[in-house]
Design a protein around this ligand. Structure first.
Ligand SMILES: Nc1ncnc2c1ncn2[C@@H]1O[C@H](COP(=O)(O)OP(=O)(O)O)[C@@H](O)[C@H]1O
Ligand SMILES: [Mg+2]
Length: 311
C-alpha cells in the first residue's frame, strides 16, 4: 500500500475560508420556480414523482425540493435522478447522473428534519453563520450550504472527500464515491487490509482538517467510505470551525471514535494519543478564521508542512 492508494495525495489550494457566500434562504430560485408552477416544471415534477424510487417514498419532497432538482438540471449540474443510496434522519442520498451522463451523488436535506434544533446549535456557534434566522427552512438551507462549504474547505486542505459540485436550496450535488448501483461501503462494512496504515491516514485527515480550522464533529467508521484503496471522509454537514464553543468537545469525540475503532481492528491507536498528536502537529488559524475572514477571504496563509510524509 502506498500513501496514494490510501488517498494521501496532497491537494493544495489557496487559503480556504472564503467559500461561504451569503444566500437569501428565504426565497431561493427554487422557491420561485415552485411558486410560478409553470408547465415545464409541472411536467418535470410529475415525471420525477412517477419514477419507482419516488413512488415508494411519496411525500418525501416538497414542491420547492422538486424545483431545486429542476433548477440543478436546468443549470446543467445534473441530468437524470437515480435510485436511493441511503435514507437518514435529516437527509436522503441518491445516485444521479450529471449533465454528461457521469455519476454523481445527491444529498437531499429534509426541511422537516426532526433534529433541526440540534442543527441550529451547530450553526449558531459558527462565525460563518452569524445572524442566522431561526426558522426550520433557514436552518436546513444554511446547513446544506455549510456541508457544501465544508467539503470545499476539506478538499482544499488535502482531505479526500467527495468533490462538491453544486448546491441548490436543500439539495447538494457531489462526486459519487463508488460506481453506479454500487456506492462505496463505509469503513464499518469492510475488512481493513492494513488497520495501522488506515488509522494513520484518518489521523492525517483529522490533523489536516484541524489545521484548516475545522473539526468534523461526527467522525467515525460510519462516515468514512472506502473505494479503490482510498479512504474518503463524508458527512461534513455538522463540521464546525475551531471557534465553535463545542469544537474541543467534538474533536475529542472524533478522536475517541476513530482511535477506539482502529484499536479494535488491531492498530496501535489510543484516543488521548490521537488528540495530542493533532494538537501537536496542527496549527489552526487563529486570526484568519473569524467571520470577517470567512466572508471576505482575508486569510493568513497556512503552514501545512510536509503532510504526506509524517503520516
Ligand atoms: N458522495 C457519496 N458517494 C457515495 N455514497 C455516499 C456519498 N455520500 C453519502 N453516501 C452514502 O450515504 C450514506 C449517508 O450519507 P451521510 O452523508 O453520511 O448522511 P447521514 O447524515 O444520513 O449519515 C453514507 O453512509 C454513504 O453510504
Ligand atoms: Mg453519515
Amino acid at each position: 500500500m502506498t500513501d496514494d492508494e490510501y488517498g494521501l495525495t496532497e491537494e493544495t489550494a489557496g487559503a480556504p475560508g472564503d467559500e461561504f457566500e451569503e444566500i437569501d434562504v428565504r426565497d431561493t430560485e427554487a422557491d420561485k420556480i415552485a411558486r410560478t408552477k409553470d408547465r415545464e416544471f409541472a411536467e418535470f415534477r410529475k415525471r420525477l414523482k412517477d419514477t419507482e424510487q419516488f413512488k415508494l417514498d411519496d411525500g418525501a419532497f416538497d414542491d420547492a425540493t422538486y424545483a431545486a432538482i429542476y433548477k440543478l438540471v436546468e443549470d446543467d449540474h445534473m441530468g437524470a435522478m437515480g435510485g436511493p443510496i441511503s435514507t437518514g434522519k435529516e437527509a436522503n442520498v441518491y445516485e444521479a447522473l450529471d449533465a454528461e451522463g457521469g455519476d454523481v451523488a445527491l444529498k437531499v436535506y429534509r426541511i422537516n428534519a426532526s433534529n433541526f434544533q440540534q442543527m441550529r446549535a451547530y450553526l449558531e456557534g459558527d462565525p460563518r453563520f452569524e445572524g442566522l434566522r431561526g426558522d426550520k427552512k433557514a436552518v436546513v438551507l444554511s446547513w446544506t450550504r455549510k456541508e457544501f462549504s465544508n467539503l470545499r474547505r476539506a478538499k482544499a486542505a488535502g482531505v479526500r472527500v467527495p468533490a462538491p459540485l453544486a448546491v441548490q436550496r436543500n439539495v447538494l450535488v457531489m462526486e459519487l464515491i463508488g460506481r453506479e448501483g454500487d456506492a462505496a461501503p463505509t469503513l464499518s462494512d469492510v475488512d481493513i487490509e492494513n488497520p495501522q496504515m488506515a488509522y494513520e491516514v484518518v489521523r492525517e485527515y483529522v490533523r489536516r482538517l484541524y489545521d484548516a480550522g475545522l473539526v468534523h464533529g461526527d467522525l467515525s467508521e460510519y462516515n468514512v467510505v472506502v473505494y479503490e484503496g482510498e479512504l474518503v471522509v463524508i458527512d461534513v454537514g455538522q463540521a464546525v470551525t475551531i471557534h465553535h464553543p463545542n469544537s474541543a468537545t467534538f474533536l475529542e469525540r472524533d478522536c475517541r471514535n476513530v482511535a477506539n475503532f482502529f484499536a479494535r481492528q488491531g492498530a496501535d491507536a489510543d484516543p488521548d494519543d490521537l488528540l495530542s498528536y493533532v494538537h501537536e502537529h496542527a496549527t489552526p488559524r487563529a486570526e484568519a478564521d473569524t467571520a470577517a475572514g470567512d466572508r471576505d477571504g482575508t486569510e493568513g496563509s497556512l503552514d501545512r508542512g510536509s503532510d504526506a510524509d509524517d503520516a
